[in-house]
Design a binder for this molecule. Structure first.
Ligand SMILES: Nc1ncnc2c1ncn2[C@@H]1O[C@H](COP(=O)(O)OP(=O)(O)OP(=O)(O)O)[C@@H](O)[C@H]1O
Length: 724
């Protein structure tokens, strides 16, 4: 230090003097005398530039911020100089002296006398993470404004998140109270609400339908407006709005589109293909055709089906008469067969379509096995169907553009009459009058009607439907006071029929058949559908059931159990369904093939023998009961598995219920867990069934050829089953 001070310039002396004065003045003013003393020892009074930074912190040569240390008075501090990067100063240099640093051996300072005010790393931390500096001045707290503590805002509620990015039309959906209904006035009476004609009302009453269900009360006035112009077959300048409906299973969605279609088409003069209903399975096609035929009886409408059950040539002859006319007004079909006709049947045209209805499977995930193969090669069937409802170009081509390379082309000149073309197709007719650019654009009058119990809210999928100004209807009960309760369809909740009771039984996997037998015996499960995960499981369970019945009561009437799966030919399946409807079969064991849309009124129980893979499957399965306001029970058997754990020679057997956890979390995610009650079955409940169950197991093993030493009873039972 002394070396450095020896050759002081005038400026330097002046500077040091002023500095001394400043320090003196401060010392006399500040109560922190001991702190400054310590600083002086630490930093050195001669070369410390206080003008720029005072006592906040000092900066080292690398630009880092050094820790400021306060030391209690009287502390013996060992002084040391840093040798690193120390530079000799040019004595004649006029510039203010560079800051130099003295480093204290902090280790040598007693711990309790040191306070760390700020560390280098602290500078990079978030304010909330920094160490709070000690109070240095006795400034009263109230004098300073207090900063609010940083806080993480509350996460947005599920319903707020759910509406992000949703289609506005879906947000503005009309919510329909499930309890709403309108009585149907008889033919002579005035009808102000439903919009149905006297003839249709008479027919409904003949069928025993005396009131409209909730979904119908909303849909009918919308699709059958009082203004008859809006009921026209062609509305090229004012095309109708598309409709999306989400309503619980068994709530009457089929009639909600069958009735308006019949009403509007009844005014047609020439038969053309005006309505197309696309369904995923043949069984459903048959079911919906029966509804159309029943309601449309006496109205002169021609109804056709295309499912691939008959030869292609036969179907072609049923659909198209000659080059300009169709033989059906309403076609009910599966998607694969529809594409076959679009691409392979001459003059099969969708230009006159007034209604395109799709029930349940907006995004058909279950498709009849026979149709699945076709469907795979026609993934974009909907796009093809929609394209066929519109002319392919605004300009008039010589030849009507084919839909695909396989479509037979039609020479526009061959079309004899302009009325064989829909208004928006007229420009394609060669003999058409002069078409000017100022002509108002004509649009297809096709109105899309989409119905589902599990309507998607996925914007991407909805966009693929190419909906025109869609109107949404959602049938669900809403508690007005529950502000956070958005529409079920938005929050991925599912509305279940109010008359449905749901239960689950958690049991070991080996006990599942026993639990099913217990349900059948003690809860009188009859008229039941039992769902398994595959066709093989279906067959196996039916065999086991039959052997159980034989072992339980060889002489008594057995519960009639039948398998229903896609392995069976279509004709046989229909026969089985008819028998089940006629109550000749008590329990139908089936795969998910039947879970969607099938309407069998007397089904009082649904058992999910294997847990459904997702919530939509669950909704459709349990929805086969409790239909049209009737009561129904749904049971789900949830497996827990026993596993052996070996530890230090000890073996412990524990039950793992991961399936129960999965099932519960699935229900919880849809806000549905509270509705499914757990049924506990104890040993005492099934004691009387264990014997026959064991015997049926022996029998089953015998059947499989794995029982090498069968008992006499098992052999006798097997003989009986075979003879039966
Ligand atoms: N207004 C009504 N009055 C009496 N019964 C009705 C009425 N509307 C429909 N039904 C009956 O209710 C049952 C269920 O109807 P439907 O099959 O249309 O239900 P859904 O809503 O389509 O069910 P899912 O979603 O399972 O296909 C049918 O048996 C049908 O005949």
């Amino acid at each position: 230090m002394s070396n450095f001070q020896e050759g002081k310039t005038k400026a330097k002396s002046r500077y040091l003097r002023r500095k001394k004065e400043r320090r003196k003045a401060r010392k006399s003013a500040a109560p922190r005398k001991h702190v400054d003393q310590a600083r002086e020892i630490l930093v050195g009074s001669d070369d410390h530039d206080e003008a720029d930074g005072d006592d906040a912190h000092s900066e080292n040569d690398d630009g880092e911020v050094a820790a400021e240390v306060t030391v209690a008075p009287g502390t013996d501090v060992k002084e040391r100089r840093t040798s690193k990067k120390e530079k000799t100063r040019d004595e004649s240099d006029d510039k203010p002296p560079r800051k130099r640093r003295k480093v204290v051996d902090v280790e040598s300072i007693p711990k309790d006398t040191i306070e760390i005010v700020a560390t280098v790393d602290d500078q990079h931390l978030e304010p909330s993470q920094r160490q709070t500096p000690p109070q240095r001045s006795p400034t009263p707290q109230a004098a300073l404004p207090s900063f609010p503590l940083p806080a993480i805002p509350d996460a947005p509620s599920k319903s707020v998140l759910a509406v992000q990015g949703l289609d506005q039309a879906l947000l503005g959906a009309e919510v329909v109270n499930p309890a709403a209904s309108i009585p149907i006035p008889s033919e002579g009476e005035e009808d102000t609400k439903s919009g149905l004609s006297g003839k249709t009302r008479k027919r409904l009453i003949e069928l025993g339908i005396t009131e409209l269900f909730a979904v119908q009360t909303a849909l009918l006035p919308f699709l059958l407006p009082k203004n008859y112009l809006q009921r026209s077959l062609y509305m090229p300048f004012n095309p109708p709005q598309d409709v999306c409906v989400s309503a619980p299973t068994g709530s009457g969605k089929t009639l909600a589109y069958v009735l308006p279609i019949i009403e509007i088409l009844s005014s047609r003069i020439v038969t053309r293909l005006y309505a197309l209903v696309v369904l995923p399975t043949r069984d459903l096609v048959t079911q919906v055709r029966e509804t159309f035929e029943a309601v449309g009886k006496g109205r002169g409408l021609k109804i056709g089906v295309a499912t691939g059950q008959h030869s292609f040539a036969h179907e072609q002859s049923q659909l198209v008469a000659d080059r300009s006319s169709h033989k059906v007004d309403i076609l009910i079909c599966t998607p694969g067969r529809l594409i076959d006709h679009l691409t392979g049947t001459p003059n099969f045209s969708l230009q006159h379509l007034r209604f395109l209805a799709r029930h349940i499977f907006i995004f058909a995930s279950v498709i009849d096995e026979a149709d699945r193969l076709l469907a795979q090669s026609f993934q974009d069937w909907l796009a093809q169907v929609l394209a066929a409802t519109r002319p392919s170009s605004l300009h008039r081509p010589e030849i009507l553009t084919p839909l695909s390379p396989h479509t037979p082309t039609v020479n526009a000149n061959d079309i004899p009459f302009s009325d064989a073309l829909a208004p928006h197709f007229l420009s394609q007719w060669k003999k058409a009058a002069f078409v000017a650019d100022i002509d108002e654009k004509k649009e297809s009058s096709c109105q899309k009607l989409l119905f589902s119990a599990t309507l998607t809210r996925d914007p991407g999928r909805l966009a693929a439907l190419d909906l025109r100004n869609p109107k949404y209807f959602v049938v669900q009960s809403r508690m007005a006071e529950d502000k956070d309760k958005e529409m079920d369809v938005i929050t991925d909740r599912f509305t279940m029929p109010a008359t449905l009771n749901e239960h689950m039984i958690v049991c070991e996997s080996s006990q599942k058949p026993l639990m099913l037998f217990h349900l059948v015996q003690s809860h009188n499960v009859q008229n039941a559908l039992v769902f398994t995960k595959s066709s093989e499981s279906t067959t196996r369970l039916v065999r086991l059931f039959q052997s159980f019945e034989t072992a339980r009561a060889p002489e008594a009437r057995h519960t009639v159990v039948q398998a229903y799966s896609s392995d069976l030919p279509a004709g046989e399946r229909k026969g089985i369904l008819d028998k089940f409807k006629a109550q000749e079969i008590d329990i139908l064991v089936c795969s998910d093939l039947i879970s969607r849309g099938i309407d069998i009124s007397h089904v009082s129980h649904v058992v999910s023998y294997d847990v459904p893979v997702d919530m939509r499957k669950y909704v459709h399965r349990v929805g086969r009961t409790a239909r049209a306001g009737r009561a129904g029970d749904a049971w789900t058997l949830v497996e827990e598995q026993e596993v052996a754990l070996r530890c230090s020679g000890l073996e412990e057997r524990i039950l793992i219920n991961y399936q129960a956890r999965y099932f519960k979390s699935m229900l919880k995610a849809s806000d549905h867990l509270g509705r499914v009650k757990r049924l506990r079955v104890v040993d005492k409940d099934v004691a009387s069934l264990v014997g026959p169950y064991q015997a049926s197991h022996d029998l089953w093993a015998l059947w499989l050829g794995t029982n090498s030493r069968p008992s006499q009873t098992a052999l006798q039972n097997l003989r009986e089953i075979y003879t039966r």
